[in-house]
Design a protein around this ligand. Structure first.
Ligand SMILES: Cc1cc2nc3c(=O)[nH]c(=O)nc-3n(C[C@H](O)[C@H](O)[C@H](O)COP(=O)(O)OP(=O)(O)OC[C@H]3O[C@@H](n4cnc5c(N)ncnc54)[C@H](O)[C@@H]3O)c2cc1C
Length: 405
């Protein structure tokens, strides 16, 4: 039996940031268990065709959380990053239109502008019909049939799966809020009128990929980080975690950042909650490399066309100096192997299914009552970006260190 004060499951951004926050508060008795042979989770990079490729998809550090950036720059100073103003496009009706679509219809040809404008003017939220409950109806209600049929519905199906109505609508407030007046005004004035989406400005490392940051954070943990240790069981009352290799760890406090559904055995939860965990869904995404140089200045391009397998292209040569080529993101069920470098992320997107909020509320409530803290994209089963995860890890780490001092 291995004993420690803090046991952290998973060494992605959540686990790494939590460990470093505890260390900065003077806590030393920490063990972090990681399944893979290297840390970084979805934010890892590999060298492919002479330059960095982010194997968990396109990863950019948002500038909107300065305290988070300051924390991360301790491991990779700001001088080692380039700062970009986002240039992302949607490939639609044979045209490349800036994201978000509803704010940039003015970039389309006149016939398309008319078609999309008329459709937005008939959207339920403009005409005042009640807010629908089903996901697909909600999209039509919010954006009109044209944007729904040509972009939002096919794109979301490519990313999340064929049955969109198993998703709830509670998370759609993330979509940029654009009114018909904004759309009309943007067409008349030839510029976007809307709240900007995430990553309007972002950092990307000058050399290396995004993974270099987390590699350095992991290196600074020394032997507190145990890699190649896949956790398969969790005992909430005994505060123990077991690995597939048969190692057992006991702690005063456990922080779990790994997917709930990958645990083969969980002790200390009511039976109905154990069954509810089985309802948590996720998708897998394959990243695949193409060596061609594209004739575009965009950093990334969304592809809603159902006939194309992938849903997004990351134009590496536009954000990774000295590189060529691009990589594609494809939901695992749609992926067709073309014989180039590819990497499957089994756990990529936690799905916002209808009953997820109630399951997670109950689960997090029971766990925290037993000094076990779910954290991050998988611990909380939330669609967080890495900066949000780091912010939450810093906050939890400070709270735990103060509480257990
Ligand atoms: C396609 C895509 C694009 C994205 N783009 C961006 C972006 O541009 N900017 C951004 O900030 N964020 C982006 N994100 C989100 C970002 O990847 C996550 O916010 C971040 O990785 C979450 O960190 P985490 O530590 O919570 O989870 P993860 O990164 O998933 O880390 C979890 C860790 O737990 C380990 N683990 C899993 N199971 C076990 C087990 N049984 N035992 C031990 N260890 C285990 C994993 O190997 C991993 O290291 C993107 C995500 C995807 C999928």
């Amino acid at each position: 039996m291995n004993r420690t004060k803090y046991l952290i499951l998973g060494a992605g951004p959540a686990g790494l940031s939590l460990a470093h926050t505890l260390l900065a508060k003077g806590e030393q008795d920490i063990v972090i268990l990681e399944k893979e042979n290297e840390a970084g989770g979805l934010c890892r990079s590999k060298e492919v065709d002479g330059s960095a490729l982010d194997i968990g998809g396109g990863h950019f550090l948002d500038v909107r959380r300065p305290a988070v950036n300051e924390f991360l720059f301790r491991f990779m100073p700001e001088e080692e990053w380039d700062r970009y103003e986002r240039d992302s496009k949607i490939h639609i009706d044979g045209q490349m239109i800036s994201h978000p679509l509803e704010a940039n219809i003015w970039q389309m040809d006149i016939e398309s502008q008319l078609k999309y404008l008329m459709s937005v003017s008939r959207a339920g939220c403009v005409t005042g019909t009640p807010v629908p409950e089903a996901f697909v109806d909600w999209i039509r209600w919010k954006l009109g049939d044209e944007i729904a049929d040509k972009y939002m519905i096919p794109y979301n199906m490519k990313m999340f799966g064929e049955d969109l109505n198993e998703l709830g609508t509670y998370w759609l407030n993330k979509l940029p809020d654009v009114s018909f007046e904004d759309v009309l005004r943007s067409c008349l004035e030839h510029k976007a009128h809307a709240k900007q989406p995430g990553h309007a400005s972002f950092y990307y490392p000058k050399k290396y990929g995004y993974g270099e940051l987390w590699r350095r954070m992991a290196g600074a943990l020394g032997d507190k980080l145990i890699s190649g240790a896949e956790v398969s069981s969790l005992d909430l009352d005994g505060k123990k975690a077991g690995t597939t290799a048969g190692e057992l760890y006991e702690a005063e406090c456990i922080i779990t950042t790994i997917p709930w559904t990958c645990l083969k055995e969980i002790k200390g939860l009511p039976d109905d909650l154990k069954q509810d965990i089985g309802k948590l869904k996720h998708t897998g995404v394959v990243i695949s490399y193409c060596p061609d140089t594209l004739d575009t200045g965009a950093h990334w391009i969304y592809e809603p066309d159902p006939d194309k397998t992938y849903h997004r292209i990351l134009v590496r040569h536009n954000f990774c100096p000295g590189s060529r080529g691009y990589w594609k993101e494809t939901r695992r069920e749609r992926f067709v192997d073309e014989g180039t470098y590819s990497y499957l992320n089994e756990y990529a997107y936690p799905l916002n299914t209808i009953d997820k909020p109630s399951v997670m509320k109950k689960l997090i409530g029971v766990c925290t009552g037993k000094n076990v803290y779910p954290l991050g994209r998988w611990g909380e089963h939330e669609h967080y970006n890495s900066d949000a995860v780091v912010e939450r890890a810093i906050s939890l780490g400070n709270d735990l260190a103060d509480k257990n001092a």
